[in-house]
Design a protein around this ligand. Sequence first.
Ligand SMILES: *[C@@H]1O[C@H](CO)[C@@H](O)[C@H](O)[C@H]1NC(C)=O
Ligand SMILES: *[C@@H]1O[C@H](CO)[C@@H](O)[C@H](O)[C@H]1NC(C)=O
Ligand SMILES: *[C@@H]1O[C@H](CO)[C@@H](O)[C@H](O)[C@H]1NC(C)=O
Ligand SMILES: *[C@@H]1O[C@H](CO)[C@@H](O)[C@H](O)[C@H]1NC(C)=O
Ligand SMILES: *[C@@H]1O[C@H](CO)[C@@H](O)[C@H](O)[C@H]1NC(C)=O
Ligand SMILES: *[C@@H]1O[C@H](CO)[C@@H](O)[C@H](O)[C@H]1NC(C)=O
Ligand SMILES: *[C@@H]1O[C@H](CO)[C@@H](O)[C@H](O)[C@H]1NC(C)=O
Ligand SMILES: *[C@@H]1O[C@H](CO)[C@@H](O)[C@H](O)[C@H]1NC(C)=O
Length: 665
Amino acid sequence: MTFRSFCLICHQLIFSTMSAAQLLLLLMVMASSALPRHLPPCQVVQMDVVCSDLSLRSAPTDLPPGVQMLDLSRNQVQNLTQETLAYRSDFHHLNLHSNRIHFIQPDLFREMSDLRVLDLSKNYLNVFALSKINIGSLTAVESLDLSSNGLYTGMSDFFLADSPVLTNLSLNSNSITKIAQNAFGGTPSLRKINLHNNIILEIEDGAFDSLYNLTELDLSKNSVTCITDFNLYNLKMLNLSKNSVELFQSSSPDRRFNLLQLDLSENKMLSFPSLPRANVLKYLDVSHNLLQSVNVSGSPETGTEICLYFLQYLDMSFNHLKTIPESFFYFMKSLKVLNVSNNCISSFSVTGRGLLSSVKVINLSYNSLQSLTFREDALQSLEKLYLQGNDLTTLDHQIFQRLPSMMYLDLQQNNLQICGSKENHYESSLTRQNQVDPSGCVSFTSVPNLQFLYFSENNLQTLPENAFANTPLKSLDLSLNPGLEIHKDALSGLERSLVQLILRENNMSRLNTDLSLIRSLKHVDLSTNQLNSLPPWNKESSIESLNLQNNNLVTLEYSTMVALEHSLKTLYMGSNPLSCCSNLGFLRMVQRSAVVVPDIETVTCVHKDFSKPVNIEKLTDEMCQESVYVIIFCVLAVIVALAVLGLLLKCCLSRKRKRNRGYTA
Ligand SMILES: *[C@@H]1O[C@H](CO)[C@@H](O)[C@H](O)[C@H]1NC(C)=O
Ligand SMILES: *[C@@H]1O[C@H](CO)[C@@H](O)[C@H](O)[C@H]1NC(C)=O
Ligand SMILES: *[C@@H]1O[C@H](CO)[C@@H](O)[C@H](O)[C@H]1NC(C)=O
Ligand SMILES: *[C@@H]1O[C@H](CO)[C@@H](O)[C@H](O)[C@H]1NC(C)=O
Ligand SMILES: *[C@@H]1O[C@H](CO)[C@@H](O)[C@H](O)[C@H]1NC(C)=O
Ligand SMILES: *[C@@H]1O[C@H](CO)[C@@H](O)[C@H](O)[C@H]1NC(C)=O
Ligand SMILES: *[C@@H]1O[C@H](CO)[C@@H](O)[C@H](O)[C@H]1NC(C)=O
Ligand SMILES: *[C@@H]1O[C@H](CO)[C@@H](O)[C@H](O)[C@H]1NC(C)=O
């Protein structure tokens, strides 16, 4: 029936009285029911068909011709057969992640000569493996994902027996306990194997030997205890993180190996891994282990020390190191990042010529450092130095002047004092050489590149004048030093550089420093102190955020607030004993300007008529005017009373006079 004759018949026989709109509706319903019912709403983008999450048991039968990628992930496919794939074999990429596949038709993939990527992750392939049927050749597959299939030892054999061009294999999150010698016999082209999150206890000798092109091996999160004979010379990246490795030794110390990255973090290593002398290792992570010392087998004299010439990143944090001999670093000419934080190191020194000359970051935080010594010309590239959480009380007072590239210095949680600047700069530069200042302070003047300095929790008593002269500080944190006295000229020299100043929790009752001189200052944190007045600010200020929370502020100078108004964007001021009626001007300013007060809920003021502090949002002009009326009323009442009194007096007197007159009369 053609469309036209259908209409005609309908029109003539049945629907002759129907309105045009009703007819249109009917037509639409008919047209939609005419579409094939079984075609689900897959998305078709060029040659890719995405039918994810549609409760399908098989691929739609009417796939467009030439489909390259079919995504059937998160469906209900159980039997993977030619039928479930709609008898198509020209896919390049097949995604069957998260189905219920427990059967694969043998040799299904043999004819699929374009299939390069096959994702079978999160299915029930362990059930299939129990049937001991081989899936046959994966003729063209380069990347195979078998992760999360409950596979245990030996089961992968049924999938891998004939995979001549397979390069990437994932067996992630299965239950494999042993890698047998012949496990990868059918996969000679493998470059990358992911075995993360299994229970591998044993790797048989030679298991990876036939894989000449293997470059990446991820064995993280397994139960490997010992690598005594490491001989994968072509491997570039080995991840053994989260195992129980106690010992790592390469087989022949003289053969060159190509490993670039070795991750041994979160293991039980007692000694530094023994690596072949000829290596190109760039990245070594031995954090979270049980290292007590870095006993690098031998000494410079015997010449058997390890040579990590190419090492750029070394993480030994979270171990039990007490000391690191300088000789350990002799050959680390390329080291850029050294992390030895969270150990028990009490003394760290770099006194050898040109030692660690490429290092940019040293993380020595959370040790028990008491002494730190740097030679004049060492560490010339050091940009960031983390020393927080140590026991530093004295340092060579010019130690930081010797680090010309240092930009970032974290000294939180130590016990250091800061020196003032000598008037005579010439003299101080003469007395530079390795001299411990008798006053036991450390100097921050003329540190050529220092921009970020964190100095909280040091029991810092005073910040003397010119403490940072000739140092281009941008950010300074001096918080949690209760009782800190800041000299009024302490920050001079920072007028054009300082952007952030943090003086939190210092129990300060006043701030003598004129912060308005620091034109560049944008962020100031004065919270949790005892301030009862604000330092004056003038119109030149460029403060954008100001934190005044938790102080003793009763009134805020209206003039100060007017000066801040043009730049201020954020103001914190909760938990202050503000007086309601003396801050009306300020409150109006907050209301009409663009300043955001994030803690407005906690900004309250004290009003004599209310027993509890009033939230400033609830404060109205009338609440304060009321008292004005009362005053006016009182004054008027007094005037009236006086007038009445005067009148009475006058009256009395005149009557008396009258009476007197009467007597006389
Ligand atoms: C899957 O295939 C097997 C063997 O061909 C058959 O016995 C079974 O009934 C099939 N199951 C489904 C759900 O099609
Ligand atoms: C194999 O893994 C590498 C590295 O992750 C990746 O670049 C490459 O595209 C993968 N190859 C295939 C065919 O998926
Ligand atoms: C190893 O890689 C090289 C270079 O890519 C290639 O020519 C060779 O065929 C590969 N070997 C195997 C066994 O796949
Ligand atoms: C090693 O594997 C862990 C996962 O267990 C991962 O977090 C880490 O980044 C990997 N290491 C490298 C160097 O890729
Ligand atoms: C360091 O190595 C030497 C010789 O290799 C050995 O005698 C010494 O006991 C080792 N020290 C530690 C703390 O392991
Ligand atoms: C320093 O190392 C510790 C522990 O390894 C780490 O938690 C911290 O983030 C590191 N610091 C920086 C700034 O990288
Ligand atoms: C060690 O410190 C480096 C640099 O500070 C950091 O990148 C790394 O994450 C730290 N390691 C750990 C385990 O936190
Ligand atoms: C804070 O300073 C006051 C005096 O201004 C003093 O009584 C108090 O003990 C100080 N508190 C702390 C924690 O230092």
